[in-house]
Design a binder for this molecule. Sequence first.
Ligand SMILES: *Cc1c(COP(=O)(O)O)cnc(C)c1O
Length: 459
Amino acid sequence: MVAYKSKVVERITLPSKERRTQALEAAGYNAFNLPADDVFIDLLTDSGTGAMSDDQWAALLQGDEAYAGSSSFDRLESAVADVMGFERVVPAHQGRGAENVLYGSLLSEGDVALNNTHFDTTRAHVSNQGADPVDCPVPGAHDPATNEPFKGDFSIERARDVVDEVGADRVPLVILTITNNSTAGQPVSVENTRRVRAFADEIDATFVIDACRFAENAYFVTRREDEFEDATVAEVAREQLGLADALVMSGKKDGLANVGGFVATDDEALFEQCKQRAILYEGFPTYGGMAGRDVAAMAVGLREAVEESYIEDRVEQVRELGAMLEEAGIPVYTPTGGHAVYLDAGATFPEIPAEQFPGQALVCELYREGGVRGVELGSFAFPETDRPELVRLAIPRRTYHREHFEHVVETAEAVLENRHEVSGLEIVSNPAVPELRHFSASLEPVSAETATAVDADSD
Ligand SMILES: *Cc1c(COP(=O)(O)O)cnc(C)c1O
């Protein structure tokens, strides 16, 4: 059911193919370096790129810019209490600011953090504390072709193996990322969340939910987990989030805002620790690096995120793009997750070896062919991990329509048709932090001679 009509519009244009080819070269074959004006359909991320509602725009005007005791913060606190069930909130400028505040309070040098899958900024923040991020996905999570309902779940078995190996003393933190962003936006069941809670109790660890996409996750639970078939999305969200000791949140995702984030907890001691750290890194704990108006818009967005009409429209739109691509014969990860469709670049370009980044090659060709911007989440973004070669097409909230999706599908079909002419890529400059290289590294197409040399090696 259509849930919106337009009140404000933004013009978009498709630059000429010649310009797109030049822009790609100037960007070092890294989509993060492309000027947004040169992009026609921007599916780089759904983070902070959605359309706000008229209620959110109204809240912006009412933003209270007081340094301390802002009434916009009161609105946020009450929204977090009502929607997520936590009383104590420490705002931050965005999700990774909240991660720094929380993980800096919970981790020390030599610790191990367990997570169903660490999102890239989470992995970097855990490492930044001198701790070791270890993923515990369920078997089959990285298989693009299996059709299980909760491929985002946390593997207790894998976690137990890690604890047996390093000792429970070294594992003070268990994180559950819902939906599991780095596993194709796949959902996590409430049943699995309960088991993670029990496991954290068993090893005396703090249990944190990375709640960036908590509403999308709750929607899947109402559709796929028998116990919750009659529950509302709002009820599931509270049930699931209530199992954690603390939440870390990006307002740019299911806060439906352009910026913002926070930590939420009921633990007084942890709250005090986070507040002190927030003052150092984010700002006074009633604004946390956000303008008061942005705090107010996020407070409204959190409430909208669990409205049935919003969340159904949101998740079903993503599913629709996945179905359209699949129907056109484009290899995609199944089932489609909450915020994005993931193209299987390994299946699209079987001749391009992992060290020449087939996913990044697909990102470049989608842009060259149709001005569509996606992002690689395979061996370029995650060096030295055993991941499938995926390209994420993330759907900004309440932004694009079926006609846009038809263009995306036609573009992908054209790329698939010319796949034998596409070459792999090699890195020409690398940033200092290896976990974040895909944000800023530059690349170039592998020259004909190098490509032949690799072929010869593998023969
Ligand atoms: C986006 C995201 C973050 C980081 O939030 P930002 O607002 O981008 O800093 C952390 N964890 C997950 C799962 C995310 O999706």
